[in-house]
Design a protein around this ligand. Structure first.
Ligand code: TYD
Length: 200
């Protein structure tokens, strides 16, 4: 089973992924967690280029690098695990590309992003996508004190576009489960674990 988590920076994905992992573990299930961009040696190197190495990057280059990192992760790690019927959790997947590079940067038309997403993900589609929904103002407050990576430095207007992009995607995709990310963390977890159990 392939599960992805999406939402803007500061939505609380990492906490929920950890809680889900612990619950499934307590039920005797092993889970494999990967973050995007990252998860393989090549993808982690691309991550550094994308997030830490430079401030100047052409938006199309950015789109292609996120996609390149994804292709490597999916082919090298995710597909072999799915073929063994393992549970894989992705901390971001191609919906992030649609939201950040498509709606946020407007790097290329959305239909081209869609094609690139299916190429980079080797046509894999999540069984469930949890979208932790939060407005960009609240998210900005949550990330205020932490040191910012290149994407996070893009500013509030950019994050407003990304947030409204995620909202649009969530209305188009049946696999999306949208959760109010301002709710208490244990309440959010309950919704998530119940949805996962229903899919097992
Ligand atoms: P990360 O530190 O993993 O952030 P978070 O904890 O919020 O997930 O950094 C990933 C950053 O890259 C984040 O700002 C979202 C961005 N991103 C894209 O712009 N496009 C993508 O396709 C992906 C996977 C991430």
């Amino acid at each position: 089973m392939l599960i992805s988590f999406e939402g803007i920076d500061g939505c609380g994905k990492s906490t929920q992924i950890e809680l889900l992992k612990e619950s499934l573990k307590a039920n005797g299930l092993t889970v494999h967690i990967f973050r995007e961009p990252g998860g393989t040696e090549i993808s982690e190197r691309v991550r550094s280029l994308l997030l830490h190495d430079t401030d100047e990057m052409n938006p199309v280059t950015e789109l292609l690098l996120f996609s390149a990192a994804r292709s490597q992760l999916i082919s090298e790690k995710v597909i072999p695990l799915l073929e063994k019927n393992e549970i894989v959790i992705l901390d971001r997947f191609y919906d992030s590309t649609t939201a950040y590079q498509g709606y946020g940067r407007k790097s290329v038309p959305l239909k081209e992003i869609k094609l690139l997403n299916s190429i980079a993900s080797h046509n894999r589609v999540p069984d469930i996508t949890f979208y932790l929904r939060i407005d960009s103002g609240t998210a900005a407050q949550r990330t205020q004190s932490s040191s910012k990576d290149r994407m996070e430095r893009a500013g509030n207007q950019f994050f407003e576009k990304v947030a409204s992009g995620f909202d649009k995607i969530s209305k188009q995709e049946d696999r999306f489960i949208t959760i109010d990310a301002t709710k208490a963390s244990d309440e959010i977890h309950k919704v998530i674990i119940e949805a996962v159990k229903a899919h097992l």
